[in-house]
Design a protein around this ligand. Structure first.
Ligand code: TTP
Ligand code: MG
Length: 359
């Protein structure tokens, strides 16, 4: 254990709690005490996208056929879901997170990694993020703090919902030794079964195998198992690789106080944004525009409209509407373009893909 890198890195993995359900409970608090699921109707062979923690007590889970969920929990309140709303809230969460990391990587609609500068107080930063998201957006997130992405991802699940968990560098060895192999991201049901048949339940058992043994048994995936069972994960945050949005922003020395000032700010921002889009090898027609305003009191508002083209005129329209929402003095203006996502099925597909099982 303990390369210089693993001692100094501080990676946060932030994951929203029962994301789609949290947004609905925020907007209709009377749903909080009920078992709630977002998903397709039973008679249309729908599946559950997610459910709140009340419904989880009954065994309801993501990707489960709705018919099965209703057998487990006949009182389940089922809602069809509103992707447009979830995308907007996702953008708002990400806008908050981005400000905390020296690097930032969004990995799905509700989760992201942050790399903190060395010697930051990771636990304190996590607490601040949780407070800010809950206060500004009315939903909760859980956070893992660890020396690498693998351990941060495992840790964000440890005290879910609305919790955080840190694995300090000196705790890595013991923590990983006791970790069930199913907790290693990438180990799905098939590889778990194969590992169990080899007598491997926890990472400490994996360590008894040589790298050659594991490569012979699992191909390239064997190297991942070898590394992860020792708490090793050298992956950097892929900033821009997994890009879901492109944005630029500027904080002004003096707050902007009128619609005219906000629209005039576009002069300085639009060209930078166009260059950023071109630099990311993306076409504007693949982007849905959004704007971000941060007010003098650090409240943040984002406004998106995926029907609009990604043009200067659209940003002027969005900025005017955003400013009109409450007219408070603005300290920061941002322009963004979100890569257009498909539909909920595509999203479910992406999730399955993330959980890719070993050969
Ligand atoms: P997750 O973060 O996997 O789940 P979650 O946020 O609902 O719950 P948890 O508290 O355990 O993190 O997924 C984020 C959102 O993505 C989820 O709210 C709905 C959507 N989703 C699907 O549509 N289909 C799926 O199979 C999964 C897993 C998620
Ligand atoms: Mg989540």
């Amino acid at each position: 254990m303990g390369s210089a890198e693993s001692i100094t890195r501080q990676v946060l993995h932030v994951d929203c709690d029962c994301f789609f359900a949290s947004v609905e409970m925020r907007d209709r608090p009377e749903l909080k005490s009920l078992p709630l699921a977002i998903g397709g109707a039973k008679d249309r062979r729908g599946v559950i996208s997610t459910c709140n923690y009340v419904a989880r007590k009954y065994g309801v889970r993501s990707a489960m056929p709705t018919a099965h969920a209703l057998q487990l929990c006949p009182d389940l309140k089922l809602m069809p879901g509103n992707m447009e709303k979830y995308r907007t809230v996702s953008q708002e969460v990400m806008a908050i997170l981005r400000d905390y990391g020296s690097q930032f990587q969004q990995v799905s609609i509700d989760e992201a990694y942050l790399e903190l500068p060395p010697f930051s107080n990771g636990e304190l930063v996590a607490r601040q993020i949780r407070e800010q998201v809950e206060h500004e957006l009315g939903i909760t997130v859980s956070i893992g703090i660890a020396p690498n992405k693998f351990l941060a991802k495992v840790s964000s699940d440890w005290n879910k919902p609305n919790g955080q968990f840190m694995v300090a560098p000196w705790e890595v060895d013991g923590f990983v030794a006791a970790l069930p192999i199913r907790k290693i991201p990438g180990v799905g049901p098939k590889s778990a079964e194969k590992l169990h048949n080899m007598g491997i339940e926890r990472c400490e058992h994996l360590r008894e195998f040589t790298l050659t043994d594991l490569l012979n048994q699992f191909g390239k995936f064997g190297k991942l198992l070898f590394d992860r069972s020792r708490g090793v994960d050298p992956r950097a945050l892929s900033v821009g690789g997994d890009r879901k949005s492109i944005s630029i922003e500027r904080t002004y020395p003096e707050d902007l106080k009128s619609e005219a000032e906000i629209v005039a700010a576009l002069d300085g921002l639009w060209e930078r944004f166009e260059n950023r889009v071109a630099g990311a090898k993306t076409q504007p027609q693949h982007l849905a525009p959004y704007v971000k305003l941060k007010y003098f009191d650090f409240q943040v508002m984002t406004l998106a409209n995926h029907e609009l083209a990604c043009s200067r005129e659209s940003y002027a329209t969005l900025l005017k509407s955003a400013f009109a929402k409450n007219g408070k003095p603005v300290r920061l203006v941002g322009l963004g373009g979100r890569l257009k996502l498909q539909d909920i099925d595509q999203l479910a597909f992406d999730f399955n893909f993330n959980e890719l099982d070993a050969p």
